[in-house]
Ligand binder design. Structure first.
Ligand code: FES
Length: 562
């Protein structure tokens, strides 16, 4: 399918008679012969200040070597931005996290379309890097492959395995006086041992695994840890794969289809992945012009058992998956059981079924990470789309079943996520409360902040199974507990979440998928009439523009639609 952008995708030297452009290419060191070769843009979200991204520029160099190994393509590295969710969680920097996804999409689109590259490879690491890159690929529709930077290895302290969530949970333990100063420091200093994305089935590993399932990265891309030699090998093999895509003229919109999106979301459900996947796949589908709704996501959740004992709610880390055959082994099992469409095309140039024929088998006698479908952790997916009078146009909950299927409690309002941290430190968060964190939506936040700090602090304080948390913001992939996010309409737009008062009764029912504020319609109307729309927190700059352009969470928070 032609897009508005790919009609320009002609090799510079074949179609363009721009002597200045050719002169510049000679100026960067290309030869006359080089000018006849396809040019592949290599987008890296590498930067030094974050363990998820610190090694990506190095991987981009390996990718360039892979592209140029046979001297038949030119690789040209460029950079785009990244925002670390780990570093911005719990502070105002988090406002920039979700918007960074769309900046990444816009910037990759801009460079590849402006520079007339014939193909693109995105070397990406942290949560928003991946959906941003895939959105750009879908818009551009030129041969494209995503290379994941890889998961981090686990940290260690006093015989315990640690990751980023351990650091946040240590804070909750500190509030509850459950940890010594020395051990608090020990956890903080040892949680993050080096390069790689956060190590559980949090958002980065969720997106990497499911994008591999969708067919836009090579087999095992999501399974090689950042420091594993297999990751460098993947980068070097990329040239052969890109050459094949160019020969076949196999483009992202041939790969991103309703079926492949279903494959991606099936893997999210089976692995217990992040609720952020719902947001990102809505956005990816819109970028590729494939219809996908929250109800489609619920249908996949309904038919997909949750079978992987991975963090945040389980025991194991992403690095452990490689030892049991990685994501390909799990997909092979799901395919054999009829949960995966095998006829989708992938960046190998083959069908998914052909790729999976070469994958290892899961051995249920020797491994304990993935359970058989007949003995799941939960018989349906943990991501539940909820409606009700508190979320008329939808919300997204993470219900693993470990915290029960229903919660009935009284509202405790927090107008900002920092308020729950203060309340926790004062002992004001009590069992039986439904904590309502509002004005945290895409417009109201702005930027739809993640609530990892509050939820981890709640867990650390021992309240994880005693309270529930609902918000028009979102949750980190590292969040666990009884949580409902992405509530729409958001408070800034006058959604019912804006009308809740302290002490109101709220029921969260995962069986009926209803989020109910127990007040009458008349009372709701009175409160609505008295509601005053807040002033936007920003009117200028990137966040001011974001408030004016962003769609609701139920529409993927995209920013490029009228
Ligand atoms: Fe980058 Fe978690 S902060 S993957």
């Amino acid at each position: 399918m032609a897009t508005e952008l790919n009609k320009f995708s002609k090799t510079l030297t074949q179609e363009v008679t721009n002597p200045a452009a050719q002169a510049m290419l000679y100026g960067i060191g290309l030869t006359e012969e080089d000018l006849q070769k396809p040019q592949i843009g290599i987008a890296s979200t590498g930067y030094e200040g974050n363990t998820c991204n610190m090694h990506l520029n190095g991987l981009a160099v390996y990718v360039k070597q892979g592209i140029q190994a046979n001297k038949d393509m030119i690789g040209l590295i460029f950079n785009t931005i990244g925002v670390s969710d780990g570093m911005t969680n719990g502070n105002d920097g988090m406002r920039y996290s979700l918007p960074s996804r769309d900046i990444i999409a816009d910037s990759i689109e801009t460079v590849v379309a402006a520079q007339w590259y014939d193909g693109v490879i995105a070397v990406v690491g942290c949560d928003k890097n991946m959906p941003g890159a895939i959105m750009a690929m879908a818009r551009l529709d030129r041969p494209a492959i995503m290379v994941y930077g890889g998961t981090i290895r686990s940290g260690h302290y006093k015989g315990q395995k640690l990751d980023i969530v351990s650091a946040f949970e240590a804070l909750g333990k500190k509030f509850a006086n459950n940890i010594s100063d020395e051990d608090f420091k020990g956890v903080i200093q040892n949680s993050i041992p080096g390069q790689g994305a956060c190590g559980g089935m949090y958002t980065a590993n969720t997106m990497a695994s499911s994008i591999e399932a969708m067919g836009l990265s090579l087999p095992f891309s999501s399974s090689w840890p950042a420091t594993h030699p297999g990751k460098q090998e993947e980068c070097k093999k990329i040239g052969v794969a890109m050459k094949r895509l160019l020969e076949l003229d196999l483009k992202p919109r041939d790969i991103i289809t309703k079926k492949s999106l279903e494959n991606a979301l099936t893997v999210v459900m089976a692995l217990g992945g992040s609720t952020n996947a719902a947001l990102h796949y809505l956005a990816i589908a819109r970028a590729a012009d494939v219809p996908l709704t929250l109800d489609d996501i619920q249908a996949i959740s309904d038919r997909t058992p949750f079978i992987a004992d991975l963090k945040p709610s389980g025991k194991y880390y992403m690095e452990d998956l490689l030892e049991i055959g990685g994501v390909p082994a799990i997909m092979k099992y799901l395919y054999a059981e009829g949960l995966i469409h095998g006829d989708c095309l992938t960046v190998t140039g083959k069908t998914l079924a052909e790729d999976l024929a070469e994958a290892p088998d899961l051995n249920f006698d020797t491994q304990k990470i993935v359970f058989p479908l007949s003995q799941p952790i939960k018989s349906s997916g943990h991501i539940q789309v909820m409606y009700g009078n508190l979320a008329p146009t939808g919300s997204v909950a993470k219900i693993t079943g470990k915290e029960g299927l229903q919660f009935d409690g009284t509202a405790k309002i927090c107008e900002h996520e920092t308020e729950i941290i203060t309340a926790l430190s004062k002992g004001e968060i009590l069992p039986g409360q439904v904590v309502v964190i509002r004005n945290a939506g895409p417009k109201g936040g702005p930027g739809m902040s993640e609530m990892l700090k509050p939820t981890s602090a709640v867990m650390g304080a021992g309240l994880g199974d005693k309270i529930a948390l609902i918000t028009d913001g979102r949750f980190s992939g590292g969040t666990h507990g009884f949580v409902v996010g992405h509530i729409t309409p958001e408070a800034f737009d006058g959604g019912p979440i804006a009308l809740v008062k302290d002490g109101d009764r709220i029921t969260i029912d995962a069986n009926t998928r209803q989020l109910t504020l127990h007040i009458s319609d008349e009372e709701m109307a009175i409160r609505k009439a008295a509601w005053v729309k807040p002033e936007p927190r920003f009117t200028k700059g990137m966040l001011g523009r974001y408030i004016r352009t962003v769609k609701s969470a139920s529409e993927g928070c995209v920013t490029d639609e009228a």
